[in-house]
Design a protein around this ligand. Structure first.
Ligand code: FAD
Ligand code: FES
Length: 255
């Protein structure tokens, strides 16, 4: 795995728009041309939520508009940092470092990759799906998303049948429908058309799989070892930094 420290940028990013959704969820669009130009699915930014808070917060990149130099993040209010972030308005400027981390490996896809994201794990799956709709990709993913708060979009019945999924589980993400990709939604909150249960995969199937990990981060550039996790390598277990050795790892290497 290659660390990406050589390609990081520090940018003063202007808030372009800031949407609020049910369940304390927000979509923040930022003008950050350097990050937008280099971001790959699985990368994240480390953003200063407010000058009053010293430590930055990691957020996955959800969408990139390279021509306009803009990126979107989707976040849920969790504590003080995201609470202050939620107060930012168009025109405000936020300092960020990005794009950070090892992205998803994009070569050697199977023709039907399965993309799974729950809660704040949804944004990287949207970025990955958008990449898969590029003309050269030649894959058609199935996207499964889970949430215990209302989804930050209005679900609509899918136009695609998916073998093995019950017919009444029909709620889909409109953006994926527009891109021609089947998707399904899951929740334990009895949301209409959603599967009632979890979307997590079980190891027993032994499919080739990449996972994106989360850990508390201080520097997010590989310097503090605060985000270390145990990973199995060819030479046995080793401590790896989620920020620059990850956040994407081969699932088989994660104990
Ligand atoms: C790679 C990655 C991508 C992420 N992507 C998203 C996303 O797309 N959307 C989203 O909503 N969330 C995402 N998160 C989670 C998000 O970073 C947290 O929800 C956010 O940091 C919470 O900040 P807060 O100030 O609101 O919460 P608080 O709980 O008040 O603060 C969390 C912060 O406090 C500090 N902290 C707290 N406890 C410890 C500890 N034990 N050790 C060290 N530091 C500590 C750290 O600075 C930490 O970042 C991501 C996290 C990671 C690692
Ligand atoms: S957060 Fe400092 S090494 Fe990862």
């Amino acid at each position: 795995m290659n660390a990406t420290r050589g390609t990081l940028f520090v940018e003063d990013a202007e808030v372009v728009s800031h949407e609020t959704h049910a369940g304390d969820q927000h979509v923040l669009r930022l003008l950050s041309p350097q990050t937008a130009a280099r971001a790959q699915p699985g990368n994240f930014i480390h953003i200063q939520c407010d000058p009053a808070i010293l430590m930055r917060r990691p957020m996955s990149i959800m969408r990139v508009e390279r021509r306009q130099g803009q990126i979107d993040i989707l976040y849920k209010i969790h504590g003080l940092g995201t609470e202050l972030l939620a107060k930012k308005r168009p025109g405000d400027v936020l300092n960020l470092v990005g794009p950070i981390g090892v992205p998803f490996k994009l070569s050697g896809y199977r023709p039907r990759p399965l993309l799974i994201g729950g809660g704040v794990g949804i944004p990287p799956m949207i970025f990955l799906s958008e990449h898969m709709k590029s003309p050269g990709a030649r894959v058609k993913p199935l996207i499964l998303m889970g949430s215990e708060v209302p989804f930050p979009f209005r679900p609509r019945p899918s136009q695609f049948l998916v073998p093995g999924i019950p017919a009444e589980v029909i709620a889909a993400m409109p953006l994926m429908e527009d891109w021609g990709f089947p998707s399904r939604l899951a929740s334990m909150k009895s949301l209409p058309g959603c599967f009632e249960g979890n979307i997590t995969l079980v190891r027993e199937y032994q499919l080739p799989c990449q996972v994106s990990l989360e850990e508390y981060m201080a520097c997010a550039v590989g310097g503090c070892a605060g985000c270390n996790v145990r990973i199995n390598t060819a030479n046995g277990p080793a401590m790896k930094r989620v920020c620059v050795d990850g956040p994407v790892f081969d699932a088989a290497a994660v104990p």
